[in-house]
Design a protein around this ligand. Sequence first.
Ligand code: SAM
Ligand code: SF4
Length: 329
Amino acid sequence: MTRFKPELSDRYGRRFSYLRLSITDVCNFRCHYCLPDGYQKTDQPEPLTLAEMAPLLQTFAHLGTRKIRITGGEPSVRKDLTDIISLAAQTPGIEQVALTTNGYRLADQVDDWQQAGLQRLNLSIDSLDPQQFAAITGYSHLDRIMAGLERALSLGLDVKINAVLLRGFNSERLQQFLDWIKHTPVTLRFIELMETGDHPVFFAEHHVSGESIRQQLRDTGWQVAMRHQHDGPAEEFSHPDYRGKLGLIMPYSKDFCSSCNRLRISSLGKLHLCLFGEQGYDIRSLLQPGVDPELLVAELEQRLGLKDETHYLQSGNTGATRHFAMLGG
Ligand code: SAM
Ligand code: SF4
């Protein structure tokens, strides 16, 4: 394979330098909006192995991918997570390795993850109130997760906190979050709840727009922060009196998809052009020993030509996405 082609791009001029790699769909939490009954075992094949991930990552890097986010399900349920981080970090061309986690194993393992090459961490904390946290995720693990967060910060990792905005749960607790980031150097991002195939009723009852928070921030001296290449879709705000920053991810807002820069691979080796949409294109057979890497290059370039301009979530079309543990959000 000749080295480093220009970035993958689509017919709408979007360039794709960011890959979200789901390494499992298993999870040890039961978030109401995702896996309210917990992970249900099926007899599907095993997730991608390290040996299959190596050519995958090399080919994506060759096609201009510079940032890898490892996600799940809960990625830390895999015993070889540290090796996967190391593989990604050592792939020539990959400049940033990030992980999204519920934080259950953070305190015990973050030192190893950082030594393996992890630079960025997204940690999901939907509430700072222990009881509300347990009500949303199914488990009373907030203390444990906060201990992990402290450790990650003490190691100097770049940490973002994800909180899914939920009417009737955390959406009335903005002040508690603001008080927290006054002294905590993290970026806290509120994510609007997205509708998925399994949870239309939960969505209807708990979705709330981030627009009122945006207005409140503007009225109280928060400034829109500058964007960087490989940044996700969050609009970020900073304030001189706060050590932390705030972000809003509003997938229902107009033009949300115009800055899309990411592709997704499921834990079973399917390429997804969008979080919502098609069933995924199986590329696992192209990751096997002896297969010419140019075949995967050709497949990726051809599939990208099919990427739609936008998701159709506004019209309630969730595509094949039953819940986010399938694909990592
Ligand atoms: N288990 C890990 C975690 O929770 O961070 C990684 C996977 S999880 C699917 C990735 C992110 O997607 C989490 O921040 C989670 O809160 C978010 N998420 C899950 N379902 C969602 C939904 N329906 N709408 C918006 N965000 C969602
Ligand atoms: Fe698990 Fe993450 Fe889904 Fe919660 S959001 S159930 S932690 S995969």
